[in-house]
Design a protein around this ligand. Structure first.
Ligand code: ACM
Ligand code: ZN
Length: 749
């Protein structure tokens, strides 16, 4: 009896759910459906007490489909506002309730910001109920996190005031509330500072820019700039953001990422220069020298910045500051001695603490990237945790606030689909479902410590982002996932339902002529081992029967073979696949295979790759796919400061005469070719005999595509040791840090 009853309830609730599917992003905390519905009228009658500016925004957003009429007191109205009752326990300033019944809509909130958030919900309901009816309901809603941010780098590529305003609009549409404006960097200084006119005359320009992806020393030869925002333009943007209840947090980078500033004011460096704004991407050794005149300069800059920006937090950068110059600078070394600092990391801490004191004295707080933890955190500083989550954990455990923006989940300059079908990106692989799976509260924190996690942010660095259409492409639809993660209603188990809502919101973006990535339609390929080799499994988050593929190199069409079971990869072949629903919906994915005697065999690694570059684990090295340079976050394993020692079990004694592997070089990103490589063989997997050794010259002359002639060999095991370049030598970006070694595909023929 009980069983029957529960089946019956299940039916009822699923009936209600299907009837009441709301296409809202972020999904609200609480929705109660009621009987009846609101019929969207031709003219919406507005109560006179509605908050003015926010209501103007609302009218503008819906002006193409709806008319509005302001009414007087006593008239009948459809849209009301009232102050929420003060039962404010567990409710925050951003709380709102939205009640829709057959004859009216009532919004309650404590603040205009709450009202504005309700307006966004209402706009989405109007936009996604094109049949003209909205079910009667009551939404009680508020965000979990108070910092829901997006960052934009305007230094590597500049975006106009109009474009920045659009960006802010996108944040507002999806209830984000913080815009982190990255205004200064090595490649350009973008904010007018009245006291230092050379920052706009000189630092806002660079001679040329690096072009293409990951190809060093290839330049476009075109002068870039002057590009900067005047103080009037900055004020205009801040006002525009305020009207949308978005806080603008400015970032002024120090002590590193300072080349553009030094190009105008070389006296602020450790050496005499001359300097010029960087034309390459990366990290550079010339940084601010902590002398009194540097602090005077930065304090004057910050004075003007704080006068312009009303935000509680001022972002002072702090990341990626090489200590190369400080180590050799008499002033820096003297300062270390005089202040009893431990080393150059202590000097970084001294630098940040001195700036913090100044910013605090003006009633503001600093926030900085992870590296402000180096040598001890300034007393009131907040940490923006980007290299992972460790920075955020350390901050929270020591009662400092933190904003979580770990690269693996929150860097929107990473690829979001198969790199081969995407425009050039920085590297990495951060698809929509990965962003959606992120939980900003690290598991390591207890409830008390978790209160120090202010929220979550995604960053958009623009080295490879050439125009605003590409900005849109990189943030959408990942901004949807961020929005829901920050709101606190994401649940990775419901990813599929979220994706259904994403597809509905694509229609809103289409209507607004906003560009977005269609990567969710793409076919995902995964190599899986099978006896004697590998197979290629295709999947899509859409309907599986939509996948068509070819194995002869031709472009798939709606009439090509329908994908059914994993495709055996038997030789060197190319598989092309695409998603069809009506017509072609996705990019065509192309995967070339180059199999060898190691393909699909068991492989073990003595040391594991870094988490951000571990893709499919050791199997990646024998999956029959030779990674190309665009696929840094896929297909390649990355090891920082570690050697690769791999043992491949060929199952039985096997003949071969060549062993090959690939390794990358990108000095600007701290990626160095291997120093040496050795090949060993064994029949028992225990005693190995070395059969080949090569040095750096041979690896360099092969440009990383290393083919080793090992003579005629027969063995069951092959072991290969590929030696990391070790500590990055002085004179290179990232000097004294551990070099990255990237390796893919170890084969034998
Ligand atoms: C950063 O990505 N360098 C903060
Ligand atoms: Zn110095």
């Amino acid at each position: 009896m009980l069983r029957i009853l529960s089946v019956f309830t299940l039916l009822i609730s699923s009936f209600f759910f299907s009837q009441a599917k709301l296409n809202l992003i972020p999904y609200p905390q609480k929705i109660e459906f009621q009987t009846g519905e609101f019929i969207i009228p031709k003219i919406l009658l507005l109560h006179p007490n509605l908050p003015k500016e926010e209501t103007e925004y609302f009218k503008k957003r819906l002006s193409s489909s709806l008319k509005f009429k302001n009414t007087k007191k006593g008239n009948s109205q459809l849209l009301y506002f009232q102050l929420a009752k003060s039962d404010s326990k567990n409710k925050n300033d951003e709380f709102y309730s939205l009640k829709i019944s057959s004859d009216k809509i009532v919004i309650e909130s404590y603040t205009n910001q709450g009202y504005f958030l309700a307006i966004q919900t209402l706009i989405q309901l109007f936009e996604t109920h094109k049949n003209g009816k909205i079910p009667s309901l009551k939404i009680d809603d508020q965000p979990k996190f108070s910092w829901r941010g997006m960052h934009l780098d305007v230094c590597r590529h500049f975006f106009t005031v109009e474009e920045v305003k659009k960006y802010i609009d996108y944040l507002a549409m999806y209830k984000l509330n913080t815009f982190h404006w990255h205004l200064t960097d090595d490649q350009g200084w973008r904010i007018e500072i009245k006291k230092y006119p050379k920052l706009t005359d000189i630092s806002s320009k660079r001679k040329q820019s690096m072009i293409g992806a990951y190809v060093e020393n290839t330049f476009d030869g075109k002068p870039y700039g002057p590009y900067f925002y005047t103080q009037d333009q900055i004020k205009e943007v801040i006002q525009y953001a305020q009207d949308r209840h978005i806080t603008v947090v400015p970032e002024i980078e120090m002590p590193g990422h300072a080349l553009a500033a030094l190009s105008a004011y070389p006296e602020l460096a450790c050496t005499t220069g001359p300097f010029e704004a960087a034309t390459k991407w990366g990290v550079f050794d010339d940084v601010f020298c902590p002398k009194d005149e540097t602090f005077t300069f930065l304090e004057n800059v910050l004075d003007e910045v704080m006068q312009l920006f009303p935000s509680q937090y001022i972002h002072i950068g702090g990341d990626e500051c090489p200590k190369t110059r400080w180590k050799e600078c008499a002033h820096c070394q003297g300062l270390i001695k005089k202040n009893n600092l431990k080393d150059e990391h202590g000097l970084q801490s001294y630098f940040i603490q001195r700036i913090e004191k100044y910013v605090n004295s003006k009633g503001r707080k600093i926030i900085g990237w992870d590296e402000i933890l180096e040598g001890g955190l300034a007393p009131n500083a907040a940490v923006m945790s980007w290299t992972g989550i460790k920075g955020g954990i350390e901050a929270a455990k020591t009662s400092h606030f933190a904003v979580m923006t770990p690269g693996a989940y929150c860097y929107f300059d990473h690829y979001q689909g198969d790199p081969q079908t995407e425009p050039n990106a920085f590297g990495g692989f951060t698809p929509l479902d990965k962003v959606y799976s992120y939980n900003p509260i690290p598991a390591e924190l207890n409830a008390e410590q978790a209160k120090y996690i202010l929220g979550v942010q995604a960053n958009l660095w623009t080295e490879y982002i050439l125009d605003f259409k590409q900005v849109e492409y990189m943030i959408f639809p990942r901004l949807f996932a961020l929005s829901e993660v920050g709101w606190g209603t994401s649940n990775p188990e419901n990813y599929k339902k979220f994706e259904d809502r994403v597809v509905e919101h694509f229609k809103i973006l289409d209507k607004m002529n906003i560009n977005y990535a269609k990567s969710i339609y793409n076919i995902n390929g995964k190599v899986i081992p099978r006896v004697g080799g590998v197979s290629y499994r295709l999947s899509t988050s859409q309907k599986p029967e939509g996948i068509r593929f070819t194995a002869d190199g031709s472009i798939p069409t709606a009439n090509s073979q329908t994908y059914d079971v994993p495709i055996p990869v038997s030789q060197t072949m190319t598989i092309k696949s695409a998603y069809f629903e009506g017509g072609l919906k996705s990019a065509v994915s192309t995967q070339e295979f180059t199999t060898s005697k190691t393909t699909g065999k068991n492989i073990t690694l003595e040391q594991q790759p870094s988490e951000n570059y571990s893709f499919g684990g050791a199997f990646t090295l024998v999956d029959g796919i030779i990674g190309n340079v665009k696929q840094l976050g896929k297909m390649w394993l990355g090891f920082q400061g570690k050697d690769v020692v791999a043992i491949i079990d060929l199952d039985e004694k096997t003949k071969f005469s060549e062993v090959y592997f690939n390794t990358l070089e990108n000095i600007g990103s701290w990626i160095h070719l291997a120093k040496s490589a050795q090949v060993f063989i064994s029949d028992d997997g225990i005693d190995f005999k070395q059969i080949k050794e090569i040095g750096k010259n041979e690896i360099q002359s092969s440009k990383g595509k290393v083919k080793l002639n090992v003579g005629n060999q027969t063995s069951k095991y092959i072991k290969i040791k590929i030696e990391n370049a070790g500590t990055i030598p002085v004179g290179n970006p990232g000097a004294d840090s551990k070099a990255w070694l990237f390796v893919d595909e170890i084969g034998a023929n």
